[in-house]
Structure formats: structure tokens, C-alpha cells
Design a protein around this ligand. Structure first.
Ligand SMILES: [Zn+2]
Ligand SMILES: [Zn+2]
Length: 333
């Protein structure tokens, strides 16, 4: 018998346990938990308090929108089977013909937000979008196209979090409704795709990964989609960009001189020496309330730390785009 420590995956395999590959978002909690975490992060004297509170209001509006979303066109059985056979996500963010409901969803988001933003620095941006572009379907779709294909040129950065919020709710609705419509007598509509670095539902990049506690997925690491919030399994200590397993390190802001040196940080950057990319990982076992989108927004100092060391983000947060997000291959920093 070896005394080597086993990884959670090895323990699970030895026990004959099946790791659930996909965790779909839950309509009642996906945005509500994000809002709660954003408020919690903002309450701790955070340097980005105003921004996090704005994001919390936005998440609350997203929650309201998702609870009563209108019916939207879904992929039929033939399209789902074709995507499955091709190893492709069935609701690809870059190609899916968006329903007009996403734009009316955006207008409802703005209407719900505006009365809640009195005194917020974000009020001007929301009102500007409402007054100048909210009725312009072509402009909104152009912004959505750029955002979903990673084209920074021509993107209205003040409007981006709002456009992104509406797209997130629409895609979450697409995923949930596709799952509900499939019927128990058929194969699940979503499963493994050929590119493990991208969302198996919509093909978007992850925002961050999360190590989970509780239930059948305890101890496992999941990547969370930046767009539809689906989570898919990937073993730990593996680069989420090049899938390499050598030269993986974990970085967090130094806690030199503090009393809390033994308290492990709930958010770290998982960096890869081989390809030079990183993705943040949030640990439920260290803080049960972590939420990938919220904790990514709340840890921008960690991005600065690892980008100074020369690493580039693999993840994307549609609420806060960095200059080097997208498809360019210039050096970051
Ligand atoms: Zn997705
Ligand atoms: Zn790598």
C-alpha cells in the first residue's frame, strides 16, 4: 500500500463513484446567491464597494427577470442530436439566432434598476443606455455580437454590463428551458463536448472555477460558464486553458505580517507555467458563500498580481472586461 495522498478524483474512482459532469443553474438561486455574495463582499470595506453594490442590484434585477421569462425558441431534437454527434455545444453563444426576447429583457432590466440606483455612480450609465440606445434594436444586437465574439473594438463599455446581464438571463433561460423540454424519455440535451475548456451548453469561456462541498459533487472542481452559469467538471490541478498538468501553481495576495496566515484564501489564481494562462478558483470548503462571478469581481487585485507576473486571464467576466480579453494574442499587462 502506498501512503501517497489520493486526489478526490482518485478516491471517487476507487469508491466507484460517478462524478456528475454537469451542474445546471437553478432558476430560483443562480442570481439570488450572486446578489447575496456581492452584498457580502461590498460590506467588508471593499475598495470597489460602489461597483459591487451596483452589480448586486443588477443581479437582483436578473433574478426577477428569470422568474417570469417569456417562451423563447429552443433547439429541436434533431439539432440537439446533431450537436451531440459533432461534439459541439447546442446553444453556441457566437452563432445562436437570438430571440427578440433578450432585448425586451434588457428593457425590463433597465426599468427595474433605475428606481433602485438613486445616489449610485452607476445611475448615469443606466440612464444613458435607457435614453439613447434602448429602443435601437440594431445597436443592441451589434453590441451583443461584439460582446459574445470577443470583439472589444466598438464596444460601449459603460453599457456592456447591462447588455451582458440581459444576455446572461436569456442564455440561462435557454439552458433551463431546453433541459425542461427534452423529456425524461430522451437523452439529456447537454453533455461532454470536444473542447473541455469551453461551456458544454453555450461554448463560452468560464468566469472562474469552484471547488464544491456537500452532495454528490463534494470535493470536485467545476468550471462555471461566464454566460449561462452552467458548471462542468474538470479535475483539479489541471490548466483550464491548455489542459496541462505540469507547472500548475496557486497564487493569492500575500498576507505578510498578519495574524491570519493559517487562514487559506477562498480565492486563488491557478496559474500554468506551460501556457502562461490563469483562471481563478474559489473554494467552498474555505468560505461556503463563494460565488464565481461575484468573487471574481471582488478580487481584481489578484488579477493585477498575476498579470504583473506575466500571466494572462483564461476566464472572462462579462461584467468587467479586461483589455486583453478576447481573441487577440498580444502580451497582457
Ligand atoms: Zn454556458
Ligand atoms: Zn496551460
Amino acid at each position: 500500500m502506498s501512503s501517497r495522498l489520493l486526489s478526490p478524483e482518485e478516491i471517487a474512482v476507487q469508491a466507484g463513484q460517478q462524478v456528475p459532469y454537469l451542474r445546471l443553474p437553478e432558476r430560483g438561486t443562480v442570481f439570488a446567491e450572486r446578489e447575496m455574495r456581492l452584498r457580502q463582499l461590498a460590506a467588508g470595506g471593499h475598495a470597489m464597494r460602489d461597483f459591487l453594490l451596483f452589480m448586486a442590484e443588477l443581479a437582483q434585477a436578473q433574478h426577477g427577470l428569470l422568474q417570469a421569462y417569456p417562451a423563447v425558441a429552443l433547439p429541436d431534437a434533431a439539432a440537439l442530436d446533431a450537436a451531440s454527434r459533432a461534439g459541439l455545444p447546442p446553444l453556441p453563444a457566437e452563432h445562436w439566432p437570438r430571440d427578440a426576447a433578450w432585448r425586451s429583457g434588457l428593457r425590463r432590466l433597465l426599468a427595474a434598476l433605475l428606481p433602485r440606483l438613486a445616489g449610485s455612480p452607476a445611475l448615469a450609465a443606466v440612464r444613458a443606455l435607457q435614453d439613447t440606445h434602448a429602443g435601437d434594436d440594431a445597436w443592441l444586437d451589434q453590441q451583443a455580437d461584439r460582446l459574445l465574439t470577443g470583439v472589444m473594438l466598438g464596444l460601449d463599455l459603460a453599457a456592456t454590463p447591462l447588455v451582458a446581464a440581459a444576455l446572461q438571463v436569456y442564455w440561462t433561460q435557454l439552458v433551463l428551458a431546453t433541459q425542461e423540454a427534452r423529456g425524461a424519455d430522451r437523452l439529456p440535451p447537454f453533455g461532454r463536448t470536444d473542447d473541455a475548456t469551453l461551456c458544454p451548453c453555450c461554448g463560452s469561456r468560464p468566469v472562474a472555477s469552484i471547488s464544491r462541498i456537500g452532495g454528490s459533487d463534494a470535493g470536485f472542481r467545476y468550471l462555471q460558464c461566464a454566460l449561462c452559469a452552467a458548471q462542468w467538471h474538470m479535475v483539479r490541478i489541471k490548466c483550464t486553458h491548455c489542459l496541462g498538468t505540469q507547472g500548475i501553481h496557486y497564487q493569492s495576495p500575500q498576507r505578510v505580517g498578519t495574524e491570519a496566515r493559517d487562514a487559506k484564501p477562498a480565492t486563488e489564481a491557478e496559474t500554468c507555467d506551460a501556457c502562461g494562462h490563469y483562471l481563478k478558483i474559489v473554494h467552498m470548503e474555505r468560505d461556503v458563500n463563494v460565488e464565481p462571478v461575484a468573487d471574481d469581481l471582488g478580487s481584481v487585485t489578484l488579477d493585477l498580481l498575476v498579470s504583473e507576473a506575466g500571466f494572462r486571464r483564461h476566464g472572462i467576466n462579462l461584467m468587467l472586461l479586461f483589455g486583453d480579453d478576447g481573441t487577440d494574442d498580444g502580451g497582457g499587462g
